[in-house]
Design a protein around this ligand. Structure first.
Ligand SMILES: [Cu+2]
Length: 217
């Protein structure tokens, strides 16, 4: 969202075929996945992601200030900001929930109502045991690519749907976008409090403003 220009394509990658015929054949199957274990009786952890809508509005405002109307990339700025009755009010904005010191960027995004605390892991997972994590992005329509450290996991449901075939292998990130995703995780290494693992939205703007948690194993 922060890479200008916003109203034109941004070149990312140039692919140049070299025209040499390939040799050999691709296997029919790339990886053989073990059957999913029974999900009965597993520890279930619910993780509710949440965003302070003010954060997005302030981000948009900063982009508008820097790049003008092109920051909206053709969207109608008036409509967008007017949607849902969210009007910018410079005078009150910093005081709404964030005290006299202005907007608190480190506590704008949360998981289960808490912004990331480096010194306070949120829970302790048991080593070597499968757990089912249910991650909800309900409440906003942003994409949250949710990343979990210390494991490779299986996706059980991705944003309310069974995972697509190419998403049924070992993963470290699951899509959460206005819906609920479920993953089957297991941690085979210890992570004490001073070296806790983390789980977080992988969008830099979201994790840096609180959408991250620590956990021990
Ligand atoms: Cu996010």
């Amino acid at each position: 969202m922060a890479v200008a220009p916003f109203d034109k394509a941004v070149p990312v990658l140039h692919i140049q075929p070299i025209g040499i015929p390939g040799s050999g054949t691709l296997p029919d199957t790339l990886a053989k996945m073990p059957a999913l274990p029974s999900l009965d009786g597993l520890t279930e952890r619910k993780l509710q992601l949440s965003m302070d809508p003010m954060l997005d509005m302030m981000g948009m405002q900063a982009l508008m200030k820097k790049y003008g109307n092109q920051a909206m990339g053709g969207m109608d700025h008036g409509d967008m900001m007017g949607h849902g009755g969210m009007k910018m009010d410079h005078g009150n904005m910093g005081h709404m929930q964030h005290g006299e010191g202005g907007f608190d960027f480190h506590n704008a995004n949360k998981i289960n109502g808490k912004a990331f605390d480096m010194n306070q892991p949120m829970f302790a997972a048991e080593k070597g045991k499968f757990e089912r994590w249910v991650i909800s992005g309900e409440g906003d329509m942003m994409l949250h690519p949710f990343h979990i450290h210390g494991t490779q996991f299986r996706i059980l449901r991705e944003n309310g749907q069974p995972p697509a075939a190419h998403r049924t292998g070992w993963k470290d990130t699951v899509r959460v976008e206005g819906g609920v995703s479920e993953v089957l995780v297991k941690f085979d290494h210890e992570a004490p409090k001073d070296q806790a693992y983390m789980a977080h939205c992988h969008l830099l703007e979201h994790e840096d403003t609180g959408m991250m948690l620590g956990f021990t194993v």
